[in-house]
Design a protein around this ligand. Structure first.
Ligand SMILES: Cc1cc2nc3c(=O)[nH]c(=O)nc-3n(C[C@H](O)[C@H](O)[C@H](O)COP(=O)(O)OP(=O)(O)OC[C@H]3O[C@@H](n4cnc5c(N)ncnc54)[C@H](O)[C@@H]3O)c2cc1C
Ligand code: FES
Length: 278
């Protein structure tokens, strides 16, 4: 948790920069109004973002945890609150509660290969983990990013993907369900990249984030390659209200996604995975 005293009280932030990432997805860079204290968080954690007078939604932090100046969130516009959030511009205010939830176990993966499998907006919650891996590159074996989107127009962070490919000791593979325009890259679902991806299944940790159906097939492909469930991590989404394990909105069986998740080791959530109402 941050030093903010009451976890139910939104802390005021102001938009420093609005970035249109794709036709329906945007990134907000935010600064705390109450001072220059850095906002410490772990990769995979989320904040409750409150658009004043409209509502509050959980959004993962997509910025760099190794240099937590300000706060960065990447959001896909789907409904009431995210549409209102899209209207915010430099200087506008937003309430922030958090950071909440569990993290991608980046440090525990030291010594191993790391494979990151992202679908669509799922790359946003994984980007902080990538920053942390890159900042500590020497501690890991291979780092492999497999990223799938619906079309080339949906690919997030295109400039960074190019940089990661070019500058770092890292394998980056992008695929799209449907090729449009002058796309010459991979076509097909992201799971199709797993059988040939260059990692050693006996010493690999996998971080997976995307729609549940995509995560289900990804886990199956990783298992086929020989990864055991205790080395596969997924990030779950459920409707949330309090964000701190009080209201029960995000409950799946005995666990609260806001507190025991959103990042789960697969063997801890396996029996509940894929069930909407348990
Ligand atoms: C832990 C956690 C982290 C999250 N991180 C992010 C993130 O980094 N970026 C991001 O864009 N979203 C993220 N989400 C999802 C985000 O919280 C929802 O998209 C948001 O709450 C929708 O609110 P709304 O008021 O705009 O839409 P609503 O008015 O609540 O919903 C409008 C319509 O969109 C549908 N809808 C709602 N949520 C989603 C969804 N996730 N995907 C597709 N359709 C949906 C609803 O079923 C409904 O039909 C996260 C969710 C959780 C639980
Ligand atoms: S959102 Fe209230 S318990 Fe998780």
């Amino acid at each position: 948790m941050s030093e903010w005293i009451d976890p139910m009280l939104p802390r005021p932030f102001r938009v420093r920069r609005f970035i249109q990432e794709t036709h329906d997805t945007f990134t907000l860079e935010l600064d705390a109004v109450d001072g220059a204290k850095p906002f410490a968080f772990l990769p995979g954690q989320f904040n409750m973002l409150y658009v004043f007078g409209v509502g509050e939604v959980p959004i993962s932090i997509s910025g760099d945890p190794t240099s937590p100046k300000g706060l960065t969130h990447t959001t896909r516009e789907v409904g009431l609150v995210t549409k209102a959030m899209r209207q915010l511009r430099k200087g506008d205010y937003l309430g922030v509660r958090g950071p909440f939830g569990t993290a991608w176990p980046v440090e525990e993966a030291a010594g191993n290969d790391v494979v990151i499998v992202a679908g669509g907006i799922g790359l946003a919650p994984l980007r902080p983990a990538l920053y942390q891996l890159i900042a500590n590159r020497e501690k890991f074996g291979k780092i492999v990013l497999l990223y799938g989107t619906r079309s080339p127009n949906d690919i997030l962070y295109q400039k960074e993907l190019k940089q990661w490919r070019a500058q770092f000791d890292m394998e980056v593979y992008v695929t799209v369900d449907r090729a449009t325009g002058d796309w010459r890259g991979n076509v097909g679902v992201v799971t199709a990249l797993i059988p040939k991806a260059p990692f050693d299944p006996l010493s690999t940790t996998a971080f997976v984030c995307g729609p549940e159906i995509m995560m289900r097939f990804t886990v199956q492909e990783l298992q086929k390659r020989g990864l055991t469930n205790d080395r596969i991590y997924i990030s779950m989404e459920r409707n949330m209200k309090c964000g701190i394990g009080l209201c029960g909105h995000c409950q799946i069986g005995p666990t609260f996604v806001c507190k025991n998740g959103p990042v789960y080791r697969f063997d801890h959530i396996e029996e509940l995975f894929g069930k909407r109402e348990v």
